[in-house]
Ligand binder design. Sequence first.
Ligand SMILES: [Zn+2]
Length: 498
Amino acid sequence: MKIKGPLDLTHMNRAVFEALDHDQLIELTCRLHRMAVEQSERLAMNSTNSSRPPSSDPPFGTGGSGGAVVGGGGNAPLPAPTRKVAQPTGRKPGKQPGAKGKWRGEPLKSERSEHIWPTICAGCGQPLELWDREVRTGAAFPVLELERTPGGIRIACVEHRYQVVACTCGHETEARPAVGVLSFLDGRKRQLHLTERCMVAPSLAAFIAALHTRHHQSRRKIHEFLLTWMGVPLSVGSIDRCIREVGVACEPVAEDLLEEVRAAGLIHADETPWYERGAFRWLWVVLTKTTAVFHIGSRRHEEIRDLLGDAIVGWLISDGYGAYRDYEKRQRCVAHLIRKGLALAGGLSPDGVQFGEWLVRELRGLIHGVAEDQGHTILNPMQARLKRACKLHRDHETEKIRALAREILNDWDAIVAFVTNPMLPPTNNEAERALRIAVIARRLSFGTRNEEGSAAYAASLSVVETCRRRHIDPWSYIADTLARARAGLTHNPVPAAA
Ligand SMILES: [Zn+2]
């Protein structure tokens, strides 16, 4: 028996090996060895020893037993080359204590001023009138505002002047910048206190949040952009503050949105890994046609229950993750199973190829059948065939085939729920698309640094995605919400779909 051509692994099994004589076995073993070496070398490739980009490297290095073992002439295995990992210095990120600070070289030049008058006399409690005497100006400071012009946008510097007015009763009342929400974080020297006494107006803060949250720009890039294109010198710290303020202002809105999601008849849910200061977290999303809520939390199964509550009235569309299994009215994403079937079909086991191809065909047929509203005369036999094939393979000797067949049988009702309830979508693509923006952000920024940042990012995303789903401008709404949060007022609800 002569072995020719590339190694065909699909036709190799114990019976073939036993039929070979000694020389043929040696020949085959040498070829298999060469192939194993090639595969090991390919596995050990990373950005330091090939033209692969650093983004394709595993996040935790390849040290330890994870590296491929490629023996060098019978010597001890060579460890795979690893990237240099910087040792932590133990210092906090950002400006160090005692480091020289930076100041604005020249004061901001205001192009016009805006007067703010007190409305009620602090002495007698009567409303103040326009004709009451202005005594002097109290506080005054420049504010950078973003203005929309017919040709685009511009940033104006406006001096806000808080006036002192004398009442007819003789008392002089001073208008003061309002003070709003306080975001407290343990161990922080300066807490984040939302106030109207701020150099960046809500309109510009919303613009900065848009560049960050929606357009994935880092704080340093936003600093560079504003300086180069708008001529506005704004420090990285001020930009960071704006992004956080927007997040803090959006948090109560996101809580309201969550209530709306819970009351909906059809809820999509999905999750993706997230990092919070290097620690593994989960970013969850629950959404309906018009509302989306993101949440960064633990990887516990109970997290989704904490988020959605026990008694959701509607259907839950999710992937096969165990956390969702407790919900009775559930549609399992069929696209995930089709992908698993495709993986089997592209594999080496002939049984797996057959089962995989067959599974993909039947599942796709089922989706098309339901979409075209075919009668149950066609759909029922389809389901029966699917179930029978899974039962036939549930004790198969190959683990992957066995696992997939059992997975389908164990979750059968959730997989075919869309057949009997045609209003259910068979896939969870809606939620997966919504998560894309967070996945890109994670790859660019490596997540958030603390709980405040995580909550703020999730809340901002929730408001932006909800507005997008309702076809309204998220940034006008966010500017308004931030202005109200700075003034200590409660937010307006997100308008219904336009
Ligand atoms: Zn008075």
